[in-house]
Design a protein around this ligand. Structure first.
Ligand code: MN3
Length: 199
């Protein structure tokens, strides 16, 4: 397989005012595209051609930094676009996932607070996550292009905290961006779908 830039599942204007057209034009059309283009060049001759994206990410981790960074970010962004939707966020979480959040993460309010805190405290570029790890939900944070995939977990929700994800709309206010992501953007149906496949 080779990497391919997916279309956004909504228009570039659809997430405004919480994520602007300008941010999506840079973030999807330019940044994600660069990961795809560079990843395809680095995939050639790596010995990982023909594997799934998940296996390429895990296979390159710690062994082929250039390929890992680009493939890791491609994987992360493939889902990031789907983890958001217009009029998302809020507390309407599909039933089975809601029960798991209550039992493993102390309820919706605590889950949101801890997820935002993970994103705020990720020093420099990286991601905040909810992952399934050892049969339980866990809040995680990772640097650069890493994800729970290379730390023994399966991601079900991630928020990009690289500056390119929020600087146009929020400048240095990363906490405000994370709060808007949780309150207005998260597509809990996609999170539930990934939970169903990961558990
Ligand atoms: Mn990004």
């Amino acid at each position: 397989m080779s990497f391919k830039l997916p279309d956004l599942p909504y228009s570039h204007d659809a997430l405004a005012p919480y994520m602007s057209r300008e941010t999506l034009e840079y973030h999807h059309d330019k940044h994600h595209k660069a990961y795809v283009d560079n990843g395809n060049k680095l995939l050639e001759g790596s010995g990982l051609e023909g594997k799934s994206i998940e296996d390429i990410v895990k296979g390159a981790f710690g062994k082929n930094a250039g390929l890992f960074n680009n493939a890791g970010q491609h994987y992360n962004h493939l889902h990031f676009w789907q983890w958001m939707k217009p009029s998302g966020g809020g507390d309407k979480i599909p039933g089975e996932l809601q029960k798991k959040i209550d039992s493993d993460l102390g309820g919706t309010a605590k889950m949101k607070e801890d997820f935002i805190q993970a994103g705020v405290t990720q020093f420099g570029s990286g991601w905040a996550w909810i992952a399934v790890k050892d049969g339980k939900l866990a809040i995680m944070k990772t640097a650069n292009g890493e994800s729970p995939l290379v730390h023994g977990g399966k991601p079900i929700l991630g928020c990009d905290v690289w500056e390119h994800s929020y600087y146009i709309d929020y400048r240095n206010r990363r906490p405000d961006y994370l709060k808007a992501f949780m309150d207005h953007l998260v597509n809990w149906d996609h999170v539930a779908e990934m939970y169903g496949a990961a558990k």
